[in-house]
Design a protein around this ligand. Structure first.
Ligand SMILES: *[C@@H]1O[C@H](CO)[C@@H](O)[C@H](O)[C@H]1NC(C)=O
Ligand SMILES: *[C@@H]1O[C@H](CO)[C@@H](O)[C@H](O)[C@H]1NC(C)=O
Ligand SMILES: *[C@@H]1O[C@H](CO)[C@@H](O)[C@H](O)[C@H]1NC(C)=O
Ligand SMILES: *[C@@H]1O[C@H](CO)[C@@H](O)[C@H](O)[C@H]1NC(C)=O
Ligand SMILES: *[C@@H]1O[C@H](CO)[C@@H](O)[C@H](O)[C@H]1NC(C)=O
Ligand SMILES: *[C@@H]1O[C@H](CO)[C@@H](O)[C@H](O)[C@H]1NC(C)=O
Length: 473
């Protein structure tokens, strides 16, 4: 517990947030940094480390884009799982169009796509079998008939690599989106890649397009590297979140380019009382060099966002409980957006009406620095919860230029506290200017409340939270 983000080492922040009783803990932070750095940068076995190898066609697959290969994909896994304790195996997907329904992976395994390989998710729904609901979500986001298995599904595995020379996985989502919009479904649209209860995961160097719903979901997992993905879906496609780390530790997301119809990256830890009960935080998460084009949100380090609704957004409400704290976001370049910073304590979407009125979220230590934003309507909408203010908000070196028709009230602040340094336009009175001081926020007095939020970004220590848009979070 109590690690610092990597990005904090070499730069001294130029303002200070004083959090309650906290004293400055610079040295401790840096030591902790190295610890985190090592953990989050853990390397994973390269594909050529696998002792055994097979080509998909060995199992009777036909790459004509029409023949269903679901059985071949699963037969290959059954065969190759026998090598898990003998140096592992890789399965090569050769050039061609490989139509398939859901398939599983196995431990000590690499799924390798040739650059001209395209895995096509079938539009035949019977090839996406039902799967039990996730324990940390309740039923609020699920259609009555439940949930379908993701196209690529892993549970309780270790050491999995899904990679390629930029080969493609195409979820062929258009029929799902059409039905979703027409409200014709009684099932929840499936995901593209879902990894549950697993350890040592690498998903890299692929192009993922048109998922029926979310693209990449590591959940209840640890040591996850998501790198070099190009994720593409129409900006009007429903629920096509890019990467959603949920209840995971030690996750790195880097060098990804995401154009989608929903959040580029959404960090989660369950939803309301279900998330609180399961109680697995998302922690030790680093997001770097992400380029995002989406109508919704983005976060973290070296971020470029264009035409999005907001830069970094935190949504929470009474009932979500848990916490969002010690979030560091820096070097954001933002262009044309409604909000640079948007925090809302009244995001009242719940899985059911029985949420705990005493589950008060704790939001503290939210740091932004080195932000350049152009053509902005609203520099900040920062609204905490009455009697539960969001504290330790620190914004430094932010140059925000406004659109021709900005909001009249540029900074809308209530129930928050914090400081700013070198921010234009001038922030609200609740975020006074502090010059020439160093910022150090550190987590204090842990073990207090357990809370939840929604949508965290670039964070390092989040706790059960969950997100919401009723249509599909
Ligand atoms: C796996 O496939 C190989 C080669 O096709 C074959 O020799 C072997 O018998 C298969 N193993 C199993 C367990 O099916
Ligand atoms: C895939 O894994 C799930 C969960 O372990 C299991 O229920 C399902 O039967 C597996 N599918 C196949 C085709 O083996
Ligand atoms: C869902 O729809 C399918 C066919 O569209 C139907 O067979 C099934 O009974 C429905 N299930 C529920 C729970 O409504
Ligand atoms: C997977 O791991 C979880 C958590 O440890 C456990 O509850 C579940 O029973 C396991 N599932 C299988 C299929 O082994
Ligand atoms: C991978 O393919 C996508 C889609 O064609 C392309 O935009 C991207 O630049 C490619 N990435 C690499 C590293 O070649
Ligand atoms: C600025 O933002 C407005 C929306 O607020 C948009 O209509 C306009 O095209 C943007 N201008 C530029 C130069 O991007």
């Amino acid at each position: 517990m109590g690690l610092c983000l990597k990005l904090r080492t070499s730069h001294v922040l130029s303002a200070i947030v004083i959090l309650g009783l906290l004293s400055l803990r610079v040295a401790e932070c840096q030591n902790k940094h190295h610890h985190l750095h090592n953990r989050v940068n853990g390397e994973y076995p390269a594909i050529n480390c696998r002792k055994h190898s097979a080509v998909l066609t060995d199992f009777g697959a036909v790459g004509d884009g029409k023949t269903s290969n679901t059985n071949a994909f699963n037969a290959a896994i059954q065969n190759l799982s026998t090598y898990a304790s003998d140096g592992g195996a890789q399965r090569i997907v050769p050039p061609g169009k490989w139509l398939t329904g859901s398939f599983n992976l196995t431990s000590h395994f690499t799924l390798f796509l040739h650059k001209d390989a395209v895995i096509l998710g079938t539009q035949d729904e019977s090839e996406w079998p039902p799967i039990p609901l996730l324990p940390s979500y309740g039923t609020g986001r699920d259609a009555p008939a439940g949930w379908l298995t993701s196209l690529i599904f892993c549970t309780n595995l270790t050491d999995i690599v899904i990679t390629g020379n930029n080969g493609t996985i195409d979820g062929q989502g258009s029929t799902w989106w059409k039905k979703f919009r027409a409200r014709e479904y009684n099932v929840t649209q499936p995901y593209m890649i879902e990894i549950m209860y697993s350890n040592q995961i690498q998903i890299s160097d692929l192009t993922l397009i048109n998922s029926p719903s979310w693209f990449v979901i590591p959940i209840y997992s640890s040591n996850v590297l998501v790198k070099g993905l190009t994720i593409l879906a129409p900006v009007d496609s429903p629920n096509t979140n890019g990467v959603n780390p949920d209840s995971c530790s030690n996750t790195r997301i880097e060098d990804c380019f995401i154009v989608s119809g929903d959040d580029c990256v959404a960090v989660k830890s369950g939803w309301d009382r279900y998330g609180i009960k399961v109680g697995i935080p998302t922690q030790h998460l680093i997001i770097k060099r992400l380029t995002c084009i989406s109508p919704h949100n983005v976060r973290a380090e070296d971020i470029t966002a264009i035409d999005t609704e907001s830069g970094v957004r935190i949504k929470t409400a009474v009932g979500r409980g848990a916490y969002v704290k010690d979030i560091y976001v820096r070097r954001m370049t933002l262009k044309t957006m409604k909000y640079v910073s948007w925090m809302a304590g009244n995001y009242n979407q719940h899985p059911d009406p029985f949420f705990d009125q005493k589950a008060i979220p704790e939001i503290r230590g939210i740091n932004f620095r080195d932000v350049v934003a152009e053509n902005v309507t609203y520099p900040g909408s920062l609204a905490g919860i009455q009697d539960d203010p969001f504290t330790g908000i620190c914004i430094s070196n932010a140059a925000i230029t406004l659109t021709e028709k900005p909001e009249e009230l540029l900074w809308n602040c209530n129930d928050i506290s914090g400081v700013t340094s070198n921010v234009t336009p001038k922030p609200c009175a609740l975020l006074p200017e502090k010059q020439d001081v160093q910022i150090y926020t550190s987590s204090i007095g842990r073990g207090g409340k357990i809370m939840s939020s929604h949508y965290i970004y670039s964070a390092y220590d989040l706790y059960p939270w969950r997100n919401g848009e009723a249509s599909g979070l």
